[in-house]
Ligand binder design. Structure first.
Ligand SMILES: [Ca+2]
Length: 96
């Protein structure tokens, strides 16, 4: 899965709406893409709380889980993110 420019723009807008002026580039690697998606789900309060949401995003994105096929592993943050990442689609199969 490669990073999409849309994702960066979305994150920039999200940060701007939280009155964060810094423009950040989270699109350098797959880990950063997970990190960007995680931050997009965070509220302004969570982003502003020192380290809290940032650290939990790092934790989520650095954990990897095995797909049902037993061969592919993906970042835990990719489970139920609306995109198929496991070849067998198991990361999106049991979502609410
Ligand atoms: Ca997914």
């Amino acid at each position: 899965m490669s990073c999409e420019e849309d994702l960066c723009e979305e994150l920039d807008e999200h940060f701007a709406s939280c009155h964060l002026e810094a423009t950040v580039d989270y699109c350098q690697s797959e880990e950063y893409e997970c990190y960007a998606r995680c931050l997009l789900d965070a509220t302004c309060g969570e982003i502003w709380e020192p380290g809290a949401e940032l650290n939990s995003c790092f934790t989520i994105c650095s954990e990897s889980v095995l797909c049902d096929d037993g061969q592919t592993s993906i970042s835990a943050g990719w489970i139920c993110d609306g995109e198929l990442d496991c070849l067998d689609g198991s990361d999106e199969a049991r979502c609410p």
